[in-house]
Design a protein around this ligand. Structure first.
Ligand code: ADP
Ligand code: ASP
Ligand code: MG
Length: 437
């Protein structure tokens, strides 16, 4: 069985949904993982913000506006009156649910339940559309099999067992489920973080040992640079799992940061395809290497750099361990690290309040914090036996002020920390210097 994930833009309008339905007609048995219609999760997040702030007056207009978009989508998508009415009823039921969440206390539990509605609605609408065009399909709820454990990691055994059980109950050729949404270990509705449908597809693909995980989006694969900031970019035909994981983690929005991990573990190729241009090759991500070149660059924003400077670090055993233990106690992940004889600099990308963490660090030295930094990550296959890549990268970035440099952490990644305002210029400079674009 193939696993195909369609992102928000792929189901962003009635025409796009019809187009997805056409893509599902051909070939063998498929498990389709769907995102919410583009813009919906943002709109739901805004409704949640209003609920937290107790803005009761602006609430109904916001909910009403989103509901109206779905009423319009419904009237464009379906031709038959019965299908239209069924879709309107589905939309109206889900929006009544959303309204009901605003009546009482508003907590992260209600927030996650509201955020789940984008995927619940899009999958329901696709199934009704397939029904209208006489194509049999089965809708299965991700809330019945997708679960994360206490550490917010996918509960592999639970997912595999329950998904297999559910799939064995149907012989439909097209099975539809929601991306992004899951339950946590309390059984409450939760999610895999923004952009998480890619991650859902990869977890599902690994659970059922599919041959290939297809991620259908609005661009012809992973490009060598961020197309939102650089106009002259080109698709990459092949990436290894490691290269793709670095790019996803360091800001290539086309993939959720964790989405490569389950596929890599199960050694299942991930193929990135363009819904608008299905004939294009896209990008194949697998174990197969494709040369030792520099493949792509990506950028990750909202990075905070922390420097801990201490004379006590000089020749001291265990200094770094003590510093890292502070981050561990506060469950804050570190991305980049550089050290000197008297200081250690590292970066984090948390949006949480870190004042307690900083207070603890001050015990070990003088602490300096720089917010609004950006990590630029150059990805490829950098072998020690083939010198010259680092020089070429540094030369491209010669006019950009660099705060930190990380080389040698892995053979796939060279990273730089720069000021956020230099990001676009740095990406352009690398496009010219590394790719002649
Ligand atoms: P979907 O809704 O299908 O999940 P996303 O918006 O999450 O789509 O991801 C696709 C977008 O990712 C593209 O439209 C593109 O603007 C952006 N993007 C950022 N970096 C890259 C990259 N290196 N290659 C391709 N797309 C990228
Ligand atoms: N709908 C969710 C989001 O917008 C998940 C996804 O699109 O992958 O973040
Ligand atoms: Mg996405």
């Amino acid at each position: 069985m193939q696993v195909l994930k369609f992102g928000g833009t792929s189901v962003g309008s009635a025409d796009r949904i019809k187009h997805v339905a056409q893509l599902l007609m051909n070939g063998g048995r498929k498990l389709v993982v769907l995102s919410a219609v583009a813009g919906t999760t943002n709109a739901l997040a805004e409704i949640c913000r209003e609920l937290y702030n107790g803005n009761k007056e602006s609430l109904e207009p916001s909910i009403g506006q989103l509901a109206e978009q779905y009423e319009n989508l419904t009237s464009e998508l379906y031709t038959e009156e019965s299908a239209k009415n069924a879709a309107l009823e589905l939309v109206s039921n889900y929006f009544n649910n959303i309204r009901a969440f605003g009546l009482d206390m508003f907590t992260p539990f209600e927030e996650k339940a509201i955020l789940a509605h984008g995927e619940l609605i899009s999958t329901g609408l696709l199934q009704l559309y397939l029904e209208e065009i006489n194509t049999e399909s089965t809708l299965i709820s991700a809330l019945d099999f997708m679960r994360i454990d206490q550490r917010n990691e996918p509960d592999e055994w639970y997912i595999k067992t329950n998904l297999s059980r559910i799939l064995n109950q149907t012989d439909s050729k097209i099975i539809i489920t929601q991306g992004f949404i899951c339950r946590n270990h309390f059984g409450e509705i939760d999610n895999l973080k923004r952009g998480g449908s890619d991650y859902s597809a990869s977890i599902i693909g690994a659970a059922i040992h599919t041959d290939e995980i297809q991620i259908w989006t609005d661009i012809d694969g992973m490009h060598n640079n961020d197309p939102r900031l650089v106009s002259n970019t080109r698709p990459i035909e092949r990436l290894t799992f490691d290269e793709a994981a670095e790019l996803a983690y360091f800001g290539a929005k086309i993939l959720h940061p964790s989405s490569i991990l389950p596929a890599r573990k199960a050694n299942i190729p991930v193929v990135l395809k363009n819904t608008l241009d299905p004939e294009k090759k896209g990008t194949i991500i697998s174990n197969e290497s494709s040369g030792n070149s520099i493949k792509a660059v990506a950028a990750k924003d909202e990075i905070t750099a922390i420097k801990i400077k201490s004379d006590r670090m000089l020749l001291a055993h265990g200094f770094l361990r003590k510093v890292f233990e502070v981050f561990e106690r506060h469950a804050v992940a570190i991305d980049m690290i550089t050290t000197s004889e008297v200081a250690v600099s590292l970066t984090i990308d948390t949006k949480e309040d870190i004042s307690n963490l900083l207070e603890e660090l001050e015990f070990y030295g003088q602490v300096e914090v720089d917010t609004d930094q950006c990590i630029i990550c150059v990805v490829g296959h950098f072998l020690q036996s083939e010198p010259g890549h680092a020089a070429k990268i540094m030369d491209s970035l010669k006019t950009i002020p660099l705060r930190m440099i990380s080389y040698g952490g892995s053979k796939n990644n060279v990273s730089f920390l720069i000021q956020k305002e230099d990001k676009a210029e740095a990406l352009l400079a690398l496009n010219r210097g590394l790719f002649d674009l």
